[in-house]
Design a binder for this molecule. Structure first.
Ligand code: UD1
Length: 417
């Protein structure tokens, strides 16, 4: 039977917590290793189920990986191009990154349509249009995508939306392609800069990540080497929002403020105290915080969709009302009925939620419907009066390593049952 999380709420959070490597940086890097020939050490790696699924896919291609503490040792010297089947892609949406990397390395790839969290339709048309604009032939048949890149040529890729995944796919696809490829309208997330840094460390020649135009000068081959992954800005934001919601005094280590400026600027409006240091952020909250009038999710550097559910919990117990618009995924208010069971007052119309702050949340039996909704429900449970039980914990485990241990160390009463 699947685990649940049982939380007895109402405890303040006090202490220090460390942020691990970023899931959204590690996953594309685990596809990027396909482009490399040699041994690769990825440091600051997390042991979460999405990472384990990507390793499983690599294993089917004869790429070995061994996790020792926070380092992943990978060997790609015996790599073989294999079709990536439905049972593998259903477990992790990031499997789509493998397509770009396989095309870059072998010029041919086939993969089943990817799965992942159910936060919207999540098509992959932008990835595929990007490949096609470089001359890749794409055939979709019976749930599989077959790509042939024998006639692929470096050139111009123009996105009509800054998709994070498509930007990363195209960077990988073009890394070993003779000539210069330019991606216009690229996404600017820090994880894209991290992928550029990883690929460059292995011998690639990529510039411009972090801006909306990325230039990839193709090289002949990529080698092995060591790389340390950036810290997870979404986990950092989750801890800060947990501290703001539950009250207390928490210092988040391995936290880069410039990755989370939009969040920090909102948090300052709530009247909690924030102290920013080089690589840590301290948040103190002693009383009920103020609502933020308007929040909308947008691509980086604006407020991230991956922190929207956690922010919704904070707004649900703040003083005042908040209008929150979700512009990235169409199905990201799935926790609203669950928060309603706990006493929150939230009305959703289309892609906007109006959250009227209540004085208290009450413990309830709730269910996580995706990764970040699950992380948000944990915060709600830690704030609520009485017991909360959260089911579907596997969603939370996709992105947070032993979340109950982290919060217990800060004084929360939370256990896995
Ligand atoms: C990545 C992150 C995810 C985050 C999201 C937005 C990883 C592993 N995941 O997901 O945590 O929530 O960025 O910051 O890095 N879209 C299309 N067609 C496509 C691709 C995307 O319509 O081909 C749409 C999506 O359905 C979504 C929006 O564009 O509505 C944003 O998607 P995208 O930026 O691609 O996000 P992901 O790479 O899937």
């Amino acid at each position: 039977m699947e685990n649940k999380l049982k939380i007895f709420g109402g405890k303040r959070l006090v202490g220090d917590v460390n942020v691990e490597g970023a899931k959204n940086a590690i996953l594309p890097i685990l596809a990027g290793v396909i482009l490399c020939d040699g041994k690769i050490e990825i440091k600051n790696c997390v042991d979460i189920s999405d990472v384990r699924c990507m390793r499983e896919i690599l294993k089917t291609m004869n790429v070995s990986s061994l996790a020792k503490e926070a380092t992943l040792y990978i060997d790609t010297q015996k790599i073989e191009n294999q079709k990536i089947t439905h049972d593998l892609t259903q477990k992790v949406r990031a499997s789509i990154f493998m397509l770009g990397a396989l095309l870059g390395r072998f010029r041919k790839a086939s993969i089943a349509f990817p799965g992942g969290c159910k936060i919207g339709a999540r098509p992959i048309d932008i990835h595929l249009r990007g490949f096609k604009s470089l001359g890749v032939k794409v055939v979709e048949r019976h749930g599989y995508i077959y790509c042939n890149a024998e006639n692929m040529k470096a050139g111009k890729v123009v996105f009509d939306f800054p998709s994070v995944g498509a930007t990363e796919s195209l960077m990988m696809c073009a890394s070993l392609l003779q000539g210069t490829t330019k991606i216009y309208g690229a996404a600017k997330e820090p994880e894209i800069v991290d992928l550029q840094n990883f690929l460059n460390k292995m011998g690639a020649n990529i510039h411009g990540a972090g801006t909306d135009c990325i230039e990839i000068v193709g090289v002949e081959k990529l080698h092995g080497g060591e790389y340390e992954v950036m810290p997870d800005r979404i986990i950092c934001g989750t801890y800060l929002l947990a501290a703001a919601t539950c009250g207390g005094d928490v210092t988040v280590h391995n936290a880069l403020a410039w990755h989370n400026e939009a969040l920090l600027s909102f948090l300052k409006q709530t009247a909690c105290q924030i102290d920013v240091y080089n690589d840590k952020i301290r948040l103190r909250a002693d009383k009920r915080l103020l609502s933020i009038d308007k929040i909308q999710t947008l691509p980086y550097p604006f407020f991230p969709t991956d922190l929207q559910p956690q922010m919704m919990v904070l707004q649900s117990i703040s003083e005042g009302a908040c209008t929150m618009a979700e512009n990235i995924f169409e199905n990201r208010f799935s926790l609203v009925p669950e928060l309603g069971k706990m006493g929150a007052n939230i009305v959703v119309k289309d892609r906007t939620a109006v959250i009227s702050g209540v004085q208290k949340l009450y413990g309830a039996d709730v269910s996580a419907s995706d990764l970040r909704a699950g992380a948000a429900l944990v915060i709600a449970g830690m704030k609520a009066e009485g017991y909360t039980t959260i089911s579907n914990v596997h969603y939370i485990d996709r992105g947070y390593e032993r979340i109950e241990e982290k919060y217990s160390s800060l004084g929360a009463d939370i256990k896995r049952i």
